[in-house]
Ligand binder design. Structure first.
Ligand SMILES: C[S@@+](CC[C@H](N)C(=O)[O-])C[C@H]1O[C@@H](n2cnc3c(N)ncnc32)[C@H](O)[C@@H]1O
Length: 228
């Protein structure tokens, strides 16, 4: 990161602002696939979802990733739970996943970081393009909840907007940071970050880490397991 971009402070959306934005944005979230899909594919290829019995997703959006998991990668006996603070997103994902209705549970929240699943009950904790719109303290709280909820061989599966030092993608990252500091709604309240900064190395073992750049927009894919 250069000094100029280090000095830029992002302006983040409150829970109410984020809900209002994503309620209105709704299905248009899926148009972001042009740069998100290669990173999501890297996550899917490396997170061994076929071994999971219980999957939890934080900020499921329209349910697009859940549909791929439930339709292609999860075993029949697997269950899927999710939360999202947007009523529109909860409705869209429930509609999209109707054919899996017996094994899904998608709940609208107020944006809280305390989550319902019991200790060590979840095999994969997924959060795609959500940490980049949360303040640092909330990211830390969600990571602590993931640690509590994951089974001993469970995996934290994260994808986020990333910072990149490549020439063109670095320029785009810098521009994104500037926009998010001035008018965060223009970028969905999201700013690039480095996921590893939020995973204390004494508590998390990184299993897979990659920055995937598509259309000059870099995304970080990170898979980690709790150290116990
Ligand atoms: C950029 S979208 C990503 C959606 C989906 N994960 C994807 O990859 O397409 C961010 C999502 O996180 C949700 N969200 C934002 N803050 C949240 C919070 N504190 N708790 C739960 N969901 C949240 C939004 O409503 C929105 O659906």
């Amino acid at each position: 990161m250069n000094n100029a971009s280090a000095a830029i402070q992002p302006t983040l959306l409150s829970h109410l602002q984020a809900r209002s934005f994503y309620d209105a944005f709704g299905e248009r979230q899926d148009t972001q696939g042009f740069y998100e899909d290669p990173a999501l594919d890297a996550l899917t290829a490396n997170a061994e979802f076929h071994r999971a019995r219980a999957v939890f997703e934080f900020g499921c959006g329209t349910g697009r990733y859940a549909e791929e998991l439930l339709g292609t990668h999860l075993i029949d006996a697997a269950s899927y739970m999710a939360v999202d603070l947007s009523a529109t997103m909860v409705r869209l994902s429930n509609e999209r996943l109707t054919r899996f209705k017996d094994k899904i549970d998608i709940t609208q929240t107020s944006g809280e970081t305390k989550l319902a699943p019991a200790d060590r009950s979840i095999d994969r904790f997924v959060a795609n393009y959500v940490f980049d719109l949360l303040p640092d303290n909330e990211i830390a709280e969600v990571v602590a909840e993931a640690e509590r909820m994951l089974t001993d061989d469970g995996m934290l599966c994260l994808v986020s907007l990333a910072k990149d030092k490549g020439l063109l993608s670095g320029l785009i990252t810098g521009a994104w940071q500037r926009i998010s500091s001035i008018y965060p709604q223009a970028v969905g309240g999201r700013r690039p970050l480095e996921l590893k900064d939020y995973l204390p190395p004494d508590r998390w073992q990184t299993l897979y880490s990659e920055v995937v750049t598509s259309w000059f927009i870099p995304s970080e894919v990170l898979i980690a397991k709790p150290r116990r």
